[in-house]
Design a protein around this ligand. Structure first.
Ligand SMILES: Nc1ncnc2c1ncn2[C@@H]1O[C@H](COP(=O)(O)OP(=O)(O)OP(=O)(O)O)[C@@H](O)[C@H]1O
Ligand SMILES: [Mg+2]
Length: 286
């Protein structure tokens, strides 16, 4: 683009830089205004990427993966929300070591109708840096109203960059809403025969609600089952593998969040997934 009299853009220069158009101002002003209008009019409002994580059987490692994804996204400076959608999971704030942190939990966020005050949501949640978490308190509310999940994800879609949802294996209405909202869902399956049998049930239901469902296989494999065999048995694409990582378990006991150091197999897998979904450059080892 040039201004007549001041700069002759010259076709050679345009060709050199691979320009599609040469617009000379002020003559080309109306054309330029039209182009801006075209781009501004129906551009979608920036929307968070949403991932859902489920376990193929109890203790598969789903909550740790969900926590790791959220921690990794926040380390990449993405405004992140981690949602605990498993009423019987014991509280994801515990997985992060955040149980003492002030802020709202599900029970105080849902009124009788299950409505959520969306704008206040993110401000009210426990937070550290770019990560906020919506989890359970230690009281007795053991069901999640579906409208509360819908309103939460709606608010998050507009106010966050990345959302990870930890789902129960027995899908309730709130979990179905989260799966339907998710861009991608991961089923974590230990590399064991019985886990595959259990996971096939979970996969069959989850696949009804999310078209992009894939498997993450967690070792060890006592019967030497390979990750691709596990995925093939479930009829789903293989999204990744996780080696056993004793440091994660030790860290959990000390209140350290999974993938917080940016090192190890879990952190590496989470970095790849976050980068694939958001295009954000990954923040590696600290
Ligand atoms: N990557 C890992 N390396 C080593 N141990 C792991 C890993 N991921 C999970 N674990 C172990 O498995 C346990 C269960 O993990 P997690 O709570 O994430 O599973 P889950 O699928 O969410 O289980 P639940 O059925 O209770 O929801 C952890 O407490 C930890 O001991
Ligand atoms: Mg769990």
């Amino acid at each position: 683009m040039g201004r007549s009299g001041e700069l002759d853009p010259g076709w050679e220069v345009a060709e050199l830089i691979g320009a599609e158009h040469v617009a000379t101002l002020p003559a080309a002003e109306p054309w330029l205004v039209d182009r801006f209008a075209e781009h501004g009019a129906d551009r979608p409002v920036a929307a968070a990427r949403i991932v859902a994580v489920l376990g193929g059987r109890g203790g598969a490692g789903a909550s740790i993966l969900a926590g790791g994804l959220a921690v990794t996204a926040a380390r990449t400076r993405l405004r992140t929300l981690l949602v605990d959608a498993d009423p019987l999971g014991g509280g994801l704030d515990l997985v992060l070591g955040w149980e003492q942190l002030d802020g709202l939990r599900w029970p105080s966020l849902t009124d009788a109708d299950g409505r959520v005050d969306a704008p206040a949501l993110v401000r009210a949640l426990p937070r550290r840096g770019d990560l906020v978490v919506l989890s359970w308190d230690r009281g007795d509310l053991l069901a999640l109203p579906a409208p509360a999940m819908a309103a939460t994800l709606d608010a998050a879609r507009r106010g966050r960059d990345f959302v990870a949802v930890d789902l129960p294996r027995q899908l309730d209405d709130a979990a179905v809403i989260a799966l339907q909202a998710a861009d991608r869902a991961y089923l974590v399956v230990p590399a064991e025969l019985r886990a595959i049998a259990a996971a096939s049930r979970v996969a069959a239901t989850a696949a009804l609600h999310c078209a992009d469902l894939s498997v993450i296989v967690r070792g060890p494999a006592p019967g030497r089952l390979r990750a691709d065999e596990v995925a093939r048995a479930l009829g789903l694409p293989l999204a990744g593998t996780l080696r056993p990582e004793p440091a994660i378990v030790r860290g959990l006991e000390r209140g350290e969040a999974p993938a917080a150091t940016g090192r190890g197999p879990l952190a590496a897998l989470c970095q790849r997934i976050v980068a694939e979904l958001t295009g954000a450059p990954t923040a590696g080892a600290a």
